[in-house]
Design a protein around this ligand. Structure first.
Ligand code: NDP
Ligand SMILES: O=C(O)C1=N[C@H](C(=O)O)C[C@H](O)C1
Length: 266
């Protein structure tokens, strides 16, 4: 088994820390460097919480990609930074695995074109948790039979983007199988702005932000006399790491951009 050399962007973040730990624990992965906006030139081992992790820290992405030999970039930062990192990685022939959410449709399109032009793998996964991928797939199945659906996503209050990447992806998967329907009363009026949430293809998405939460989503379907609720909960960030590892192992074998882990799980 060949060792896959990995760079992690955002190593001090909630997800980044878990990813550093996952890579360090994986025999087939090697942490070649990290991208962090602080501590340029230091080793990760000099930062509290990373004792024994000898990867060098870079703040300049171009310098990092020119000096370090790497196969894959794992990006776990912010929407603006993550987009620049992903694009720059492809330009340097490094394959991105992106957990960062909040990219626009145009950005996704541009990255897909770039990955295809360079025949490079790139995986953008709004949710790495296996259970969350199943929740999205089950929702897609249910949407063939239930036209009316509302999505409630619930996250910690440090989250920057709303709605969550998972909620958008779920709505896209549902929209792919159901006929477009404007839900609710045709004459319904919001007496308080935002009461009905975001509207995507007639579906409503509601975003809850509270301390104490991690990442949760429920998809509610309704029909005459019955409802169906499909719910997933991540109680810690380790729940995402099996998926991150699968994506790293897959991205080195493909030559296009894959959006969503449901497209790589058997
Ligand atoms: N796909 C999935 O399954 C999951 C995706 N996510 C997504 O992953 C992303 C990260 O989430 P989370 O770990 O909770 O967020 P955090 O805020 O905890 O971490 C983000 C990290 O990115 C760093 N960062 C910000 N800007 C830059 C920059 N310009 N250069 C380098 N590093 C930078 C921050 O540094 P600093 O500390 O200095 O601010 C921070 O360490 C979010 O987009 C989130 O939505 C989260 C969970 C699961
Ligand atoms: O910011 C988070 O925490 C999460 N973000 C992703 C999203 O936007 O869907 C995945 C997960 O829900 C956690």
């Amino acid at each position: 088994m060949e060792t896959i050399k990995v760079i992690i962007a955002g190593p001090r973040g909630r997800m980044g820390k878990e990813a550093v730990y996952m890579v360090e624990q994986s025999k087939n992965l090697q942490l070649a460097a990290v991208l962090d906006r602080k501590y340029n030139g230091q080793k990760l081992s000099e930062i509290e919480g990373f004792s024994g992790v000898e990867a060098p820290i870079f703040t300049d992405i171009n310098e990092c990609f020119s000096e370090v030999e790497a196969d894959v970039l794992i990006d776990l930062t912010t929407p603006e930074t993550g987009y620049i990192h992903t694009k720059t990685a492809l330009e340097h022939n490094i394959r991105p695995v992106v957990g960062t959410t909040g990219f626009t449709e145009e950005q996704l399109k541009e990255l897909k074109e770039l990955a295809e032009e360079k025949s490079l793998g790139c995986i953008i996964a709004p949710n790495f948790a296996i259970g969350a991928v199943l929740m999205m797939k089950f929702s897609e199945m249910a949407a063939k039979y239930f036209q009316d659906v509302e999505i409630i996503e619930l996250h910690h209050d440090r989250k920057l983007d709303a709605p969550s990447g998972t909620a958008i992806k779920t709505a896209q998967m549902i929209a792919g199988v159901r006929e477009r329907k404007q839900q609710g009363h045709p004459e319904e009026k919001e007496t308080m702005k935002g009461a009905r949430g975001a509207d995507m293809e007639g579906m409503h998405i509601h975003s809850v932000r509270l301390p104490g939460l991690i990442a949760h989503q429920q998809v509610l379907f309704g029909a005459d006399g019955e409802t169906l609720t499909i719910r997933h909960d991540s109680y810690n960030r380790a729940s995402f790491m099996t998926g991150v590892k699968v994506c790293v192992e897959t991205v080195v074998k493909v030559e296009t951009l894959i959006y969503g882990m449901e497209n790589i799980l058997d």
